[in-house]
Structure formats: C-alpha cells, structure tokens
Design a protein around this ligand. Structure first.
Ligand code: AOY
Length: 457
C-alpha cells in the first residue's frame, strides 16, 4: 500500500494546527543529538525518508478522504483533522509539500549538540505542517545511531590494528550479523546500510538493495563469504564432527570459509580436529579458514582458541612485536559482541602478545537493535516562529532538566578552525547545511560512494 503522509504522525499532532498563536505564518524547527554514548554522530538516512515518504505529489483527494475517515473514527469526531489544510496543499501546491529541509551532507560526522537539519514551511498558510513531520523525521535517530556505533567500533579496532597489526584490513573487521535480531525487514535495510557507511562486511542482504534503491547506485557495498551454521555441522551427528568440518574445506576449496566450531567443545575442535586431523588440509588449502567460537566469555574463549591454534598451526611475530597466526587460519567472534566486549577482546589479546590481525567480529543485536533514540539523545525542536510577520525565538529550558534546553532562532552549521559550530543564520560563515528538499522536490542527491567519502574525511 502507498504511504499516506497524513497518517505518518502521532495522534496529538492532528490537534496542533489550532494551538499556535493567531498570526503564525512560519514554524522553523531543527534536529540535533543532545549528547549520549559518543561525542560525535554520523548523519545518515535522510535521502531514504525523502524518497520514500516526502518527495513528489504525496497528497491526493483519495488519501485525504481516507485520512478523514480514519481520524473521525480514531478521535470520535471529524472536527480535529485539518482537512481544509491538506486540501489547500492539494489545490495550491498540487499535493507537493510546501516545506524546505536543509541538512548536513550524509556521512558527515558532527559533534553532538550541533544542528544537523532544519525544516520550515514555505507557504505561510502551512505553518502547521513543519512539526506535523517531526514524528517521521525523528526516525532519523535510527540510521544515525547505527552509523555512529559502527564508526566508533571502527575507530577502536583501528587503534588496535595500528598498535599490533595491519590497519589496512579494517574494512572487513566488523561484519553485520544483525538481520534476524531487528524488528522488521525495513529496519534491517536501514540499519544494515548505516553499518556499510563504515565497513564492507555484512550478512544483512536487505541492506544491499536498500543502498541501490535509495542511494543512487547499482554497485555492491557489502560482501560476505561461505559460512557454516550449527545445523550444517550438528546434522552430521556428534561422532562425525570432523567430517562436517572436512566437508567445509572440500566444498569451498578456495578463499575464505567460516566454520562455527563450538557445537560440542570448541577447545577440542581447535586442538584436535582443526589442529591435528585437518591441519594438513588447512595448510594445503588455497585460502583462509575462519574458526568461529559462539559461546562462553568472549575474551577468554578468543584468547584460548588463538593460543591453541598458535601452538598447533603456527604463528609468526610481526614487526610490531605481536604474534600473528599462520595466514591459513583466523578467528571470528560473533557471540556477545558489542562496543565494550570488542575492546576487551582486543585488549586481552594484546596483553598476551597477540595482534588484532588474528580476529574479526560479527555484531548483531548490539549493532542494529540494542539502540534507542536516547543512545544519542536525538531531538527535534522548534527554534523560531514567525508571528504577525515578526520572528520570535522559540525554546524550552525546563528547570527540571536543563540538559533538555533547546536552541533559539534560525540556525546554521559552520566549521571554524577545524571545529564545527552552530551559529545564528545571520552570523558570518559558510553554512554546511544544504537545501536538499523544497516544495516537494529533492534538490540535491548523494550516492553511497559520496556518503562513504564524507564519513572518511
Ligand atoms: N554469519 C563471516 C561471514 C558470515 C552469521 C549471520 C548470524 C558469518 C556468519 C561467519 O563468517 O561466520 C547471522 C550469525 C552468523
């Protein structure tokens, strides 16, 4: 079913058009992160929202009639829904939204507490429309938060690679395992794409078509490899575990192959099955076997597996003084992985002389689902209202929580001496915010390659 913009909001928004002061002709609002887990956030996901929900003729008489009927039943009265307002947009703007949106280019990393997006009505009769769109636009919190976490993990792993290994391997160090743990296919596409702003490894196939559909490309931005799951190992029977593993090596004779190895005893699998029975097949193979533990305390299990495989398959010491397993074998940890445990695992390996080169990570729930709007405290607030032709600063500053204080006036984002700053629109400095949407049209698009470049500079 086609989206109906009149139905994509909170119920109370329907009653707001009558609540602004008489003489209101413009409402101007902005989007920011008011702090949270990390000090900077990656802006991502707006072009998807614009293309999916806001671009073009989004108002028709049929949609108005459907919304009118819905709200009459929902509220028990047909007095609340602003039917005349929407018919005004249909008749005077051909159903195109009289709205202007300015935003930071997607992929850019901005310190919290700065303006990232502004929105205002372009027709004075449609002052009520600006904040009607808050509900939809605030959902930007999700792709921005996922891209932010993924980037912070990238920063941390890069630090360990610089100290103990090869930083050029970073693109495949964090693999997205999160599809099954998210609340919908749509969230998998959005969140999975947000991860691929920073990395190149994913098992979330929904992200691939999402990027192609909304970010102007037919390119491939996520890669994966053959990998076992428990059923493909345990279906051979407990006594045939080694045959199940050998089958993986023979079915995929070249390149990377990952094998979950904790079905019965991960340490026995590393020491005797991979480390003895199958050792020559691993060493003779033209590629890399990736052993995947999937239970236990992550930092202990990863270290112990690394130590066992080091003894059994061999290792060298790199120029940074850290041990690196024989390149025919690596480890991927996907269980219990989050920002904290990745740091613990890498620190534990380092403390015992092992390079970060030995390990990759799969992250599911902690990447795509264990996040919420307050992880980075995203907010959308009105900062300016034009009333009887005069601009008024609009803000909140609750005595009960001054962290919820909002900005005042019309805003711009500038970079001065290498630092991002939010200023009044009339002050000096080139605005980093770009007008991406005006009167129903997308004025400027970006492709996924451009987003990755922004994220990297
Ligand atoms: N995938 C790297 C490629 C993917 C996966 C997906 C939940 C992979 C496993 C692996 O090596 O082991 C969803 C759990 C695992």
């Amino acid at each position: 079913m086609q989206p109906n913009i009149m139905l994509l909001t909170d119920s109370y928004k329907l009653s707001h058009y009558k609540q602004y002061p008489a003489g209101t002709s413009q409402i101007y609002s902005y989007f920011e992160s008011r702090g949270g887990e990390f000090e900077s956030v990656t802006f991502f996901g707006l072009q998807y929202l614009l293309k999916e929900y806001l671009e073009g003729k989004v108002v028709s008489q049929a949609k108005i009639d459907r919304a009118a009927k819905m709200y009459a039943a929902h509220f028990g009265t047909d007095k609340l829904f602003n039917k005349e307002g929407w018919e005004y947009i249909l008749h005077n703007h051909n159903g195109y939204l009289p709205i202007r949106i300015k935003a930071v280019p997607e992929g850019m990393v901005i310190p919290t507490h700065n303006v990232m997006l502004t929105i205002e009505n372009t027709d004075p009769n449609c002052f009520w429309l600006t904040n009607f769109l808050e509900t939809l636009l605030l959902q930007l919190w999700y792709p921005c938060t996922v891209a932010t976490i993924s980037r912070e993990v990238k920063v941390m792993i890069t630090k360990y690679l610089e100290e103990t290994g090869d930083p050029l391997t970073i693109d495949f160090k964090l693999h997205d395992f999160g599809f099954r743990g998210v609340s919908s296919v749509e969230s998998a596409g959005i969140g999975g794409a947000a991860h691929l702003v920073n990395f190149m490894g994913t098992d979330t196939v929904a992200a691939l078509s999402f990027i192609q559909e909304y970010y102007n490309t037919d390119g491939m931005f996520g890669f994966s490899i053959p990998a076992a799951e428990h059923s493909t190992i345990t279906s051979w029977g407990r006594e045939n575990e080694v045959q199940a593993y050998r089958n993986m090596l023979t079915q995929y004779p070249e390149g990377l192959v990952a094998v979950v190895s904790d079905s019965y005893d991960i340490y026995n699998a590393c020491e005797h099955l991979w480390g003895e029975v199958l050792k020559e097949e691993i060493l003779g193979r033209n590629g890399t076997l990736v052993v995947r533990p999937d239970s236990g305390e992550p930092k202990d299990v990863v270290l112990k597996c690394t130590e066992i495989l080091g003894v059994k398959i061999g290792f060298t010491v790199n120029e940074k003084g850290y041990k690196v397993l024989n390149p025919k074998i690596r480890i991927i940890q996907g269980d219990g992985v989050n920002y904290e445990s990745i740091g613990e695992i890498l620190e534990h390996l380092k403390k015992h002389g092992w390079s970060a080169d030995n390990v990759g990570f799969g992250m599911g729930g902690a990447l795509l689902q264990k996040v919420h709007r307050d992880t980075q405290k995203f907010a959308f607030k009105c900062s300016c209202a034009t009333i009887n032709g005069m601009d008024r600063d609009v803000y909140k500053d609750p005595v009960t929580d001054h962290d919820k204080k909002s900005k005042k006036g019309r805003l711009k984002l500038v970079k001065e001496d290498g630092k991002y700053l939010t200023k009044a629109l009339h002050e000096d400095g080139e605005d980093i915010l770009r007008t991406v949407f005006e009167n129903g049209l997308i004025l400027e698009e970006i492709d996924f390659e451009g987003i990755k470049e922004n994220a990297n500079s």
